[in-house]
Ligand binder design. Sequence first.
Ligand code: ADP
Ligand code: ADP
Length: 229
Amino acid sequence: SELITIDHLTKVYPTGTGGFKALKDINLTFRSGEFSGVVGPSGSGKTTLLNIIGTLDNPTEGKASILGRSVNALSSKDAARLRNHHIGFIFQTYNLLPVYTVYENVEFPLLLLDYSSDKREKMVMDALSWVNLTDKKDSRPSQLSGGESQRVAIARAIVKKPELILADEPTANLDAKNSYMILEIMVKMNQELGTTFIFSTHDDKVMKYLKRTISLEDGRVAGDEQAKA
Ligand code: ADP
Ligand code: ADP
């Protein structure tokens, strides 16, 4: 079924000189279970598109429906609720909280939701086992390698079992070995949990894994291709 529909979407950032058009008449749909990516050169609009899909930013013109909700009509409170329950975010810079342990970082999104502490513990340990880091649960982010940090960020993104994960340049700061390791983890989640993934990337290693590649050029969709089976 359709998870996301984007209809004649335009995004204009305000500037001193009348505004900068970062996205121009975007029309796209994403189905549940996709493993897709938005690719294109720096400045082509990838992050802007992911931020709108993640309800972190609003369209200037056009319509978008995310997980059945029209983002045009969504209050900021309802957008936060949608993110907290249904969307996981992975960033190139991990964004871990330095004073908390690995366990506490992964538990963090659950504290906004209504789970008992027993249930939370089960969910955190399950997420940590997905990324093979149960033995690091008491470490702090400063004690982790880049690859381990990104795996903690993945555990934090999946701990609430979201339908949708948005991964903005997730391999940008990783070497090849760690990039392939996190890609394999995400493919497995896609296959076994049915989680929908949308990446933004200009990394060839990520592109090889994508089942669908949407190319942006200068704020427009310049290509939309399914991988050959
Ligand atoms: P990408 O992720 O492909 O590098 P972005 O979506 O980050 O592209 O940016 C697209 C364009 O919009 C760029 O030219 C960028 O400079 C511009 N842009 C992004 N954010 C803002 C902002 N807050 N204000 C003004 N311009 C912005
Ligand atoms: P609230 O409005 O409840 O404080 P936020 O809008 O701050 O919630 O964030 C809701 C969710 O969106 C968080 O759980 C987080 O995963 C994600 N999120 C939003 N923006 C960011 C960001 N800049 N860095 C990391 N996570 C973010």
